[in-house]
Write a protein that binds this ligand. Structure first.
Ligand code: ZN
Ligand code: ZN
Ligand code: ZN
Length: 360
């Protein structure tokens, strides 16, 4: 390993059971690059079921935005739901086989009436409308069925990220269980809160904005590690911040969090949504400027509406995780659960921060 190269296992501070091998030396790169999604910037595609004019090819709209005139955002049931709600069966267990009935809801949010409009190309006011639609659906789904414990909002962009229809869209899945990833965050942040009496996510934001340190080697006295203020900050608005996690699983992973403590995405107000839209647009523009058309997923993590909703209000902090898919997971990663990141998160944060993006 030469100077400046990293080979270290970093522990995710929120979920210590999850760790990442950051290995930047070229000879150690065990991963194959993922291709970019072919860019389809067409406004309208005659055969696309999500394009305007083809509304009869999808189930009827659950909601449209704005609520009168031509739609900009349209929400429909997913034709091929992962979880359906036709009939609820009781749970069954037999020996080691435990089964929870897969009831729930699966909806598609058609993000924009233009077929190939990318998130960073949408106006901030359109993105604000999109986040409002997200909030409205989460709220309506929780109210529709008390048995639902979690509503996951996510987006797949590009075939490797799981998108089967090219037209820009996000998805909502309402589930009868709390997903494992969220549960781990919730439990670990609760554990941190009980010990330190503060939210771990608020602490992370504080550290990103205020920490400075130099760590020296005990024997040689040489600098081993330098942490500077703002090193992990990619974008900062009045109410939201985009940060590069210190233990990023994906090379270009970025998280967006409210600066003020809020456990529940449903608590966002209009001013929050406006700032969130702006931070999201600018963050996606930075990723686009550096990566140019990478496939990605994003997903929203918020406090589950289960029996412990009140308990976790002070310890959990909702956030959006953006995960560009620039490399293909290997057997080592799948088999070990240890993610391999071949790019230093500090270098990635700097490149994103310095990227030139159009002013808004
Ligand atoms: Zn379309
Ligand atoms: Zn917090
Ligand atoms: Zn999360």
């Amino acid at each position: 390993m030469s100077d400046g190269e990293i080979r270290e296992i970093r522990i995710n501070p929120v979920v210590p059971g999850e760790s990442v091998l950051v290995a930047t030396a070229r000879s150690m790169r065990p991963k194959k690059a993922e291709e970019h999604a072919p860019r389809d910037s067409r406004k309208h595609v005659e055969t696309c079921p999500f394009c305007s004019g083809n509304e009869d090819r999808t189930p009827p709209a659950i909601a449209v935005y704005p609520d009168s005139g031509a739609w900009n955002i349209r929400i429909v049931e997913n034709l091929y739901p992962v979880l359906g709600d036709e009939k609820s069966h009781s749970n069954i267990s037999f020996g080691l086989q435990q089964i929870i009935d897969g009831y729930g809801r699966h909806e598609v949010i058609i993000d924009h009436n233009e077929h190939g409009r990318a998130i960073h190309e949408m106006s901030a006011s359109h993105l604000a409308m999109l986040f409002t639609a997200f909030r409205d659906r989460v709220s309506a789904l929780f109210e529709s069925d008390r048995r639902l414990k979690y509503v996951l909002i996510f987006k797949n962009f590009g075939p490797a990220a799981g998108a089967s229809i090219a037209h820009t869209h996000s998805q909502v899945i309402a589930m009868p269980v709390v997903p494992e990833n969220v549960q781990s965050e919730v439990e670990n942040s609760w554990h941190f809160f009980r010990t330190h009496h503060q939210c771990i996510f608020c602490t992370l934001i504080d550290e990103a904005l205020t920490f400075e340190a130099t760590i020296y080697d005990r024997e040689s006295g040489q600098v081993r590690r330098k942490i500077s203020v703002g090193q992990y900050v990619v974008e900062k608005g009045k109410r939201f911040i985009a940060v590069k996690p210190f233990a990023s699983r994906y090379e270009w992973e970025v998280h967006i969090l409210p600066l003020a403590h809020h456990a529940d995405f449903l608590s966002v107000e209009r001013e929050d949504i406006e700032d969130l839209a702006r931070v999201m647009k600018r963050t996606m523009a930075r990723l686009e400027a550096v990566l140019g058309g990478a496939q990605y997923n994003f997903f929203l993590h918020s406090v589950p509406h289960d029996n412990h909703l009140e308990q976790h209000q002070a310890s959990y902090h909702w956030h959006l995780e953006i995960c560009p898919r620039t490399s293909i997971p290997t057997g080592f990663e799948l088999g070990s659960g240890l993610f391999v990141n071949t790019l230093s998160p500090e270098a990635a944060a700097e490149r994103l921060r310095c990227a030139e993006i159009p002013e808004d």
